[in-house]
Design a protein around this ligand. Structure first.
Ligand code: C2E
Ligand code: CA
Ligand code: CA
Ligand code: CA
Length: 275
């Protein structure tokens, strides 16, 4: 072991390649980050196409690392999941998001990402109840975003938990729909409030007839189950026009707004005369 000058011991492990060493280091740093408050949430507006206004925000975790700068969740969330740290990080995010959303106008919802590992942790329902009671947020304003991977290890307990959460008044969205383990049987077995259409289908929608056909099929399917749809990653007006004509309920993407800081959200809500 050698000291790196900040009083922290780093171990050089010759068996690990550079990528693995970076992961290992991220894991060590994540533990510290949680205690030192280096995480924050940014919030990306979700725009309702029918009401023609913002209907809520998705909370997206950000890690402001003291030396690496802003680390992408694409990099640190998988490490957090593997190490189990996601449970504590996710609990922090739920509390933080509910507390912030409580300050917004009452018709603004907050969507919080919940990793499958966090969802399957036995304390999850209680954590949600606590976040709601401590913040005073109306449960109907909270939406949790889960992916199909929550069903991987048997759907019985997952369905029980989903029904429990639903009984609290919380909304449930199925995130990244169409990627990964998609099976239409999930839609039959649980009445999700919303399906989020993955950016990989939305991106080519304007020029590619087959991508457009897939999005149309998802929107129609959702409609048949009385579920809303949010298209993710909408970046240009052509995509927006296509999504509108296909009857998609809401959009999220750089075209309307990038994820905003807490201050950015407050300013946006003020400018829109919503506060
Ligand atoms: P996601 O849940 O699918 O979130 C959407 C991602 O798309 C976000 O990336 C967002 O910034 C990005 N995005 C939004 N609009 C556009 C657009 O128009 N174009 C493009 N190219 N990208 C757009 P982000 O913030 O980097 O998050 C990546 C992923 O990390 C999320 O994907 C989610 O899976 C995970 N994540 C983020 N925050 C949390 C969290 O608090 N808990 C958990 N469990 N996962 C999180
Ligand atoms: Ca999401
Ligand atoms: Ca997504
Ligand atoms: Ca995604």
């Amino acid at each position: 072991a050698k000291q790196d000058g900040r009083g922290v011991f780093r171990f050089f492990e010759p068996g690990l390649d550079a990528a693995a060493r970076r992961r290992r280091q991220i894991e060590l740093d994540l533990r510290e980050a949680l205690h030192k408050g280096q995480f924050r949430l940014d919030y990306q507006p979700i725009f309702d196409l029918k009401a023609d206004r913002i209907c809520g925000f998705e909370a997206l975790m950000r890690w402001d690392h003291p030396t690496r700068g802003l680390v992408s969740p694409v990099e640190f969330i998988p490490v957090a999941e593997e190490s189990g740290l996601i449970v504590a990080m996710g609990e922090w995010a739920l509390h933080e998001a509910c507390r912030e959303a409580q300050r917004w106008p009452e018709d603004m919802r907050i969507a919080v990402n919940v990793s499958a590992i966090q969802f399957r942790n036995s304390g999850f329902a209680n954590i949600v109840v606590q976040a709601l009671s401590r913040s005073g947020l109306d449960p109907r304003r909270l939406e949790i975003e889960i992916t199909e991977s929550v069903f991987l290890e048997g759907s019985g307990p997952t369905l029980d938990l989903l029904h429990r959460l639903r009984a609290l008044g919380i909304r449930i969205a199925l995130d990244d729909f169409g990627t990964g383990y998609s099976s239409l049987s999930y839609l039959r077995s649980f009445p999700f409030d919303k399906i989020k259409i993955d950016r990989s289908f939305v991106a080519p929608i304007a020029g590619d007839a087959s991508a457009a056909a897939i999005v149309r099929a998802i929107v129609d399917l959702a409609g048949a189950f009385h579920m809303e749809t949010t298209a993710e990653g909408v970046e240009d007006p052509e995509q927006l026009a296509a999504l509108r004509s296909q009857g998609c309920s809401s959009i999220q993407g750089y075209l309307f707004s990038r994820p905003l800081t807490v201050e950015g959200v407050r300013k946006l809500l003020q400018d829109q005369g919503m506060k």
